[in-house]
Design a protein around this ligand. Structure first.
Ligand code: NAP
Ligand code: ZN
Ligand code: ZN
Length: 348
């Protein structure tokens, strides 16, 4: 396997810059992929800047990977050299505990191995992510991509897609349900597309007045600007479920008051600081506040297959890797429609 080139943060303050490192040769059940596209997730920004306090440097971000298989170990059955494979947020787990056996590797009792800034279970090295020329992964943690979908627009499905598909499925979002989506960013626009596709009535909540038209085009039945207290009041007590994808610290109370009795609001957004909320907004409607994290390998494949059948992909702005720092800044300004994806052929 040749050396890998990529972009790394050397510390929490440094912008991403060109960085070279080595990947191992693929083992018997592993594949090597040449990365074609990698999505830019807000988690990459949180991690590059150590906003969750768990970053390890040098840090090569990227966990929305689509690539071409360049080598396969002799026990690989799912992939062939020359085919397409996709890799998401998890690249390994203990494979023995109950959640792993159920295919819920993200809940592995020993902790799943993340695609970057984690200790590799095979060789003890620190994992380096997909803002790079290649990746080596066990085929159990790689996915097949439906042939009808645009590859650049598939990449964000590997994190933004599964992170929203999984809770919408778990909380039975579908016909007859009125669902609120908080935030119209990478995760939010996928949540909107899925909830609409599942047949729910979707209320998109946004802080950006200028995204109203887009939200309607993406499938929202109603759009509410969350800073408009009167508009929020009009929806009080009407929602069966809320999925909160917001990346920055925000008050939960204005959203909790939108829930019906016995309804649930699930957090997937991971702002730097923990949220505060008024417990009265839960007890007065016996509401539940919940959380959800990505999804397991079988559900990720199920989501990709669903996207193939229903022709669902992300709305992407494809960028060369040299623009990744600017993309981070634009993401912070909520100026992304609706996911940046790096075209890895720009990596020289
Ligand atoms: P993103 O593309 O930057 O979108 C975030 C959106 O949040 C923004 O577009 C904005 O939408 C909304 N927002 C920002 N500040 C807000 C505020 N103060 N109040 C209300 N809404 C606000 O980010 P992303 O990639 O979708 O990621 C979203 C969050 O999910 C990040 O924290 C990320 O780390 C986390 N995440 C979690 C998981 C998981 O497994 N749980 C997986 C992936 C990502 P509007 O302009 O419409 O208001
Ligand atoms: Zn992500
Ligand atoms: Zn496990």
């Amino acid at each position: 396997m040749p050396a890998s080139k990529g972009y790394a943060a050397l510390n929490a303050q440094s912008p991403l810059a060109p960085f070279s490192f080595a990947r191992r040769e693929p083992g018997a059940t592993e594949i090597a992929v040449e990365i074609l596209y990698c999505g830019v997730c807000h988690s990459d920004l949180h991690m590059a800047r150590n906003e969750w306090g768990q970053s390890i440097y040098p840090l090569v971000p990227g966990h929305e990977i689509v690539g071409r298989v360049t080598a396969a170990g002799n026990a690989v059955t799912k992939f062939k050299v020359g085919g397409i494979a996709a890799v998401g947020v998890i690249v390994d787990s203990c494979r023995q505990c109950d959640p792993c056996k159920r295919g819920e590797e993200h809940f592995c009792h020993e902790g799943a191995t993340l695609t970057y800034a984690a200790t590799d279970r095979v060789d003890g090295s620190i994992t380096m992510g997909g803002y790079a020329s290649n990746y080596v992964v066990d085929e159990r943690f790689a996915h097949s991509v439906p042939a009808n979908l645009n590859l650049a627009a598939v990449a964000p499905l590997l994190c933004a897609g599964i992170t929203t598909y999984s809770p919408l499925r778990h909380w039975n979002v579908g016909p007859g349900k009125k669902v609120g989506i908080v935030g119209l960013g990478g995760l939010g626009h996928m949540a909107l597309k899925f909830a609409h596709s599942f047949g729910a009535h979707v209320v998109q909540l946004t802080t950006s007045l200028k995204k109203k038209e887009d939200a309607l085009k993406l499938g929202a039945d109603e759009v509410v600007v969350s800073t408009d207290a009167n508009a929020m009041k009009a929806h009080a007590g009407t929602l069966d479920f809320i999925l909160d994808t917001a990346s920055a610290p925000h008050a939960l109370d204005p959203y909790l008051t939108l829930l019906k009795q016995d309804a649930t609001m699930t957090l997937v957004g991971l702002p730097e600081k923990p949220p505060a909320f008024n417990v009265f907004n839960l007890i007065t409607r016996r509401a539940s506040l919940a959380g959800s994290m990505i999804g397991g390998m079988p559900e990720t494949q199920e989501m990709l297959d669903y996207c193939g059948e229903h022709n669902i992909t992300a709305d992407v702005e494809v960028i060369p890797i040299q623009q990744v720092n600017e993309a981070f800044e634009r993401m912070l300004r909520q100026d992304v429609k609706y996911r940046f994806v790096i075209d890895m052929s720009s990596l020289k």
